[in-house]
Design a protein around this ligand. Structure first.
Ligand SMILES: [Zn+2]
Ligand SMILES: [Zn+2]
Length: 324
């Protein structure tokens, strides 16, 4: 059969996708994790991620081009720079907290550094969880209705041929968010999950929705099943109709995707409006997720949070509230 390399397929537009175009990449997520854990200078990022210098430099450049980081000189002679988060990157804080919450609940604990998050608003240690802004109920994917919004449309599926990358373990790397980074940092896996979360369960349906090539899709579905995120349900009478269902572990990824969707809606909006409208069924309101403090239930923001890395007594504050 002829393979048409030029034939462009179209997939649903969505703000999750627009956010993933920037963040859906393992090295980028490792760099952001290092940022949240206090890295500000090039050498810090290299050391804490264990990535090659060329990879770190390329990803930092891309984050600067995407207005997520700014380069600021901290000394003039010799002129040296550090990286500071913009308002756009600080708005990724809920995603970072959602990833942390998931990893603590589901990730394998081995080799992890230990951190402690304090919410200075209440002064207590916190393990923030996702909550509906209207009713403050914890968000469960089964409680959400979705409908197409004004910005729904199609866009060409253009997949770069990047290989999957992981950090080289050099004994110093801080693989705090290891498992979730491998999922969210792989755009194919993230797109597969988006499809399953919107009710597409059969191989063929997921194939059409994502426009991923058949072999890559089969590979990612197998990985997600091996990782306990999806489970395969056989249809005895029709092998082609095997279904993929979310496990509890998989369902808990939902808040992470919704924080990415909210980021995309805010910072990379479609001109016509949001592509997806979500309703929180228990309260009937439009769903907006916040990361709520486990002690006081208020929203946890970067400017009222500090993180301690227990292994080396680092303490990171994200500074006072900034105005855009
Ligand atoms: Zn609600
Ligand atoms: Zn609190």
């Amino acid at each position: 059969m002829e393979r048409s390399a030029d034939k462009v397929q179209y997939i649903r537009t969505c703000s999750i996708w627009r956010a993933l175009e920037i963040f859906g990449d393992v090295p980028t997520l490792l760099i952001l994790q290092s940022y949240w854990l206090g890295a500000r200078r090039f050498d810090d990022f290299c050391r804490s991620t264990g990535l090659l210098k060329t990879v770190v430099s390329g990803r930092l450049k891309k984050l600067v081009e995407n207005h997520c980081l700014v380069k600021v000189a901290y000394t003039e002679r010799p002129r040296r720079f550090e990286y500071k988060a913009t308002e756009e990157l600080l708005d990724m804080f809920p995603t970072a907290l959602a990833m942390l919450h998931w990893e603590r609940k589901w990730g394998s604990a081995k080799g992890k550094i230990d951190i402690r998050v304090t919410h200075s608003k209440c002064g207590e240690l916190t393990d923030p969880h996702s909550a509906c802004v209207s009713c403050r109920g914890e968000v469960d994917a089964r409680d959400i209705d979705w409908e197409p919004g004004p910005g729904i449309g199609e866009m060409p599926a253009v997949y770069s041929r990047r290989r999957r990358q992981t950090s080289q373990s050099n004994g110093e790397t801080t693989e705090l968010l290891d498992e979730v980074t491998q999922i969210i940092g792989d755009r194919w896996s993230a797109l597969v999950l988006r499809a399953v979360f919107t009710g597409l369960n059969q191989f063929q349906e997921i194939l059409e929705d994502t426009a991923i090539s058949t072999n890559i899709l089969a590979d990612r579905l197998a990985d997600l099943c091996d990782g306990g995120v999806l489970r395969r349900v056989e249809e005895p009478n029709d092998l082609r109709r095997a279904n993929y269902r979310l496990t509890d572990k998989g369902r808990d990824i939902y808040p992470i995707l919704i924080t990415l969707l909210q980021w995309g809606d805010k910072w990379r909006p479609a001109p016509q409006g949001p592509p997806l409208l979500l309703t929180h069924r228990p309260c009937g309101e439009r769903l907006e997720i916040i990361m709520a403090c486990s002690s006081c239930a208020h929203e946890v923001m970067p400017h009222d949070t500090s993180v301690e890395v227990l292994s080396d007594e680092r303490r990171i504050d994200y500074g006072a509230r900034r105005r855009a």
